[in-house]
Design a protein around this ligand. Structure first.
Ligand SMILES: *[C@@H]1O[C@H](CO)[C@@H](O)[C@H](O)[C@H]1NC(C)=O
Ligand SMILES: *[C@@H]1O[C@H](CO)[C@@H](O)[C@H](O)[C@H]1NC(C)=O
Length: 486
């Protein structure tokens, strides 16, 4: 196509303007990423999740394992990935160099290279120093890292892929941030670990949960968990802390300084707010917390001990709700997503990545619009065992005190439990029987904020034969119809 000369000039001027404009835009120092966990009854296809990340301009994702389906879907996406090693694998990797070599070859190097997955970090264990593990993983962490580092060197990835250890915030403690120190029982481990991180140019990764502080401690001041200002500021010498996040972060900075690494870069491996399953876990609190956090971090204000230098990366917990997670920490555990399990945004959130709002997942393949409910014409007095069984398998956490479905009445409870189970069974008709107490309905039984879900058609592998059968049946019916028409 011919472009007139004067037009070319205009284009050139426009280009010049764009260059000037983009280079004068403020440099964003922190990057916002997300955790992508997969403990769900209704897993979205990995390719759908990767599209969701791309549509929301999310450039960094943290996984909890090296799931081949997720990694394959991330190929060529340009998204930077943190791959995880479950705590249970640390014993093996710490004791066998061969196992470590194999792990790196199978789960890291085979995916990398041109058009592959851009793996930047390996998380060695997940919160392995948590007090509730009573030390069972502690001694394996550093030896596993040493083996893995050698394995990475063998495949020429040691400079590019960095080993990190996502730590729970209970690895350090103090009443005042400036007095921060690692737990005395961890000193023997933390001293060489932090030195190892430093010599490999790795950041310290920590998970920070003001929600849990609030949930576990009724004296914790509500407004100190958020970023909107507080009437309970903490004064620490010349420094004043107005939010738990800064206070927690500086406690870590002080602990690292005590070991001789005051400048060690910090990454927040997990941070977020749940939307259901407990008092204080709701949509508006989650929105206020996450938006406050993102704005705070992107303002580049930093903390009193690190003015002007916020954490280098922040991974929100979490991308999606995971309905199959353990409820041991609390019913809220299945509701951390900024998106529901099916990739629908729960509230308005500006991630600071270019879109002003979250974009929903596209092309989600739902099961048919039908639900399983309690049969109104039956005597339901003998339903307790059915409900118990349904809820022990499926997710009923929203029914409890503080949940979005608490208060839908006894029949509502039963229907909710039946439906949750029915959907996890991919709407198999037998799974709505419950000795004749259940029935399938085509009317959405959702009430107010209480959503009765419809499942999604599992992973690509599971949905493929289903779709093929659908096509076969369609062709047969079409054939019959054509025969009739002739
Ligand atoms: C690779 O990672 C997967 C998922 O975490 C794990 O099941 C598998 O055992 C790993 N491969 C090796 C060789 O350890
Ligand atoms: C519904 O179930 C929840 C959770 O078990 C319970 O707290 C609530 O009291 C139940 N409602 C009725 C009316 O039984």
């Amino acid at each position: 196509m011919l472009v007139p000369r004067f037009m070319l000039k205009k284009v050139a001027a426009l280009l010049a303007l764009m260059v000037v404009w983009s280079s004068s835009a403020p440099m964003v120092e922190s990057a916002i990423g997300v955790n992508w966990g997969s403990l769900s009854f209704h897993r979205l296809k990995p390719s759908t999740v990767v599209d969701l990340l791309k549509d929301n301009k999310i450039q960094k994702v943290k996984l909890f394992d090296a799931d081949p389906d997720s990694l394959r879907a991330l190929k060529g996406s340009g998204i930077q990935v943190m791959v995880g090693i479950p705590n249970e694998m640390l014993t093996l990797l710490s004791s066998s160099a061969a196992a470590s070599d194999l792990w790196v070859r199978q789960n890291i190097s085979s995916y990398m290279g041109k058009g592959g997955v851009d793996i930047r970090y390996i998380a060695v264990g997940n919160e392995p120093f948590l007090t509730s593990y009573s030390g069972q993983f502690e001694s394996y962490v550093l030896p596993a890292m040493q083996n893995l580092q050698q394995s990475l060197t063998k495949v020429n990835l040691a400079g590019y892929v960095k080993l990190v250890v996502p730590c729970n915030a209970d690895a350090y403690e103090s009443s005042l941030p400036s007095q921060g120190a690692f737990r005395p029982d961890l000193m023997q481990i933390m001293t060489p670990l932090v030195s190892f991180l430093n010599s490999n140019g790795s950041p310290f990764v920590v998970n920070i949960y003001p929600f849990l502080s609030l949930y576990e401690n009724s004296d914790f001041p509500q407004d100190y968990a958020f970023f909107e200002g507080t009437t309970h500021a903490i004064t620490d010498g010349a420094n004043v802390y107005s939010n738990a996040f800064d206070g927690n972060l500086d406690t870590l900075v002080a602990a690292l300084s005590k070991l001789g690494y005051p400048q060690m870069p910090i990454v927040i491996g997990e941070i977020g707010w749940p939307t259901d399953g407990a008092i204080g876990a709701d949509l508006s609190a989650a929105k206020v917390f996450n938006q406050g956090l993102i704005n705070h971090v992107l303002s580049n204000k930093g903390t009193p001990l690190r003015p002007g230098s916020p954490p280098m990366d922040i991974y929100l917990f979490s991308l999606l709700d995971e309905g199959a997670k353990s409820t041991l920490p609390g019913n809220f555990e299945r509701h951390w997503g900024i998106f529901s399990f099916d990739g629908q945004a729960k509230y308005a959130l500006n991630l600071g990545l270019g879109n002003r709002l979250l974009k929903n997942a596209r092309n989600v393949e739902y099961l048919p619009s039908r639900w399983c409910v309690a049969n109104p014409s039956r005597d339901l007095s003998d339903v307790a065992n059915h409900m118990k069984l349904a809820c022990s398998y499926a997710d009923c956490t929203t029914l409890n005190y503080g949940g979005s479905c608490n208060g839908i009445g006894m029949k509502g409870n039963i229907s909710y439990a039946f439906n949750s189970y029915y959907q996890t069974q991919m709407q198999n008709s037998q799974s709505c029987d419950f000795d004749g107490l259940g029935m399938v309905t085509f009317l959405d039984p959702s009430v107010g904020d209480c959503r009765f879900v419809v499942g999604v058609t599992d992973t690509s592998a599971a949905s493929q034969p289903y779709r093929n059968w659908f096509i076969v049946w369609f062709l047969i019916l079409l054939g019959v119809w054509v025969l009739f028409m002739i």
